[in-house]
Design a protein around this ligand. Structure first.
Ligand SMILES: *Cc1c(COP(=O)(O)O)cnc(C)c1O
Length: 238
């Protein structure tokens, strides 16, 4: 049976709520970000109508195309993919939150572009919590020292942390990484200054969001469980 996007969003919401209640958390503390990559404007509109809290886009080209179609009307849009420094102009000021700030070089580029536009860009720092060679992101031990330097970046507002842990091979495998992320968010909360907020802890995807919620996630990013499996064959054919 093929479920509609609205039914999928309702099911994810129910599971989020159950996961929150199981660990004594208020379900309202946890936001649902629809990971919209490879889904068209029509699907995005359906997810927004079904009540997701925000949309997360991975690729600059897709973001630009869907912004032109006004696909995200009614919901905030976040950037959640790897961002090259030469593309910051296409993202800064166009999205409500850049979740995937994965290097100091990118942070600097975002800050400069935000200064040029006369705005303050909300960001999260992406942490490579599994210390994976193949992934970008700050190493966990780099995050605290960076916090102390955030005063230099007066055109960004640090909202918290984001993580994409390793692909898990069995249920519960990522709990260790979610726990480490939570601890890191607690550690940096003690270093708060003017442009540092650490309210947001973005972690958990279709396969593991209940575990992420049990470890303190405040935002889950869900693609497959809302839109169904992505059709990667379309990518290679065009
Ligand atoms: C695709 C993607 C997701 C969602 O993944 P699913 O497993 O389809 O839920 C979450 N976060 C990021 C950064 C992604 O690229």
């Amino acid at each position: 049976m093929i479920m509609s996007i609205a039914e999928n969003v309702a099911r994810v919401r129910a599971e989020m709520e159950a996961a929150a209640l199981r660990c004594g958390r208020n379900p309202k503390e946890i936001k649902l970000c629809a990971a919209t990559k490879m889904n068209d404007a029509k699907a995005v509109r359906q997810a927004i109508a079904a009540g997701v809290d925000c949309c997360g886009e991975n690729r600059v080209q897709e973001l630009t195309a869907k912004l032109a179609e006004n696909a995200y009307a009614g919901a905030p849009v976040h950037f959640i993919g790897h961002l090259q420094t030469n593309k910051v102009k296409q993202v800064v000021g166009k999205v409500d939150l850049i979740q995937s700030v994965d290097s100091e070089r990118l942070l600097r580029a975002i800050n400069s572009e935000a200064a040029r536009q006369g705005i303050r860009q909300d960001i999260l720092l992406e942490v490579n919590i599994g210390n994976e060679e193949s992934k970008s992101g700050f190493r966990p031990e780099e995050v605290l020292p960076l916090m102390e330097k955030l005063g230099e970046f007066s055109n960004v507002c640090m909202n918290g942390l984001m993580a994409i842990p390793p692909i898990s091979r069995f249920p519960g495998e990522n709990l260790q990484y979610f726990q480490k992320m939570f601890q890191l968010s607690v550690d940096i909360r003690e270093k708060i200054n003017d442009n540092v907020l650490v309210n947001c802890l973005s972690m958990g995807m279709s396969a593991d969001y209940a575990d992420a919620i049990s470890c303190g996630s405040t935002m889950i990013r869900v693609g497959t469980a809302i839109f169904g499996a992505r059709d990667y064959s379309k990518l290679s054919s065009n």
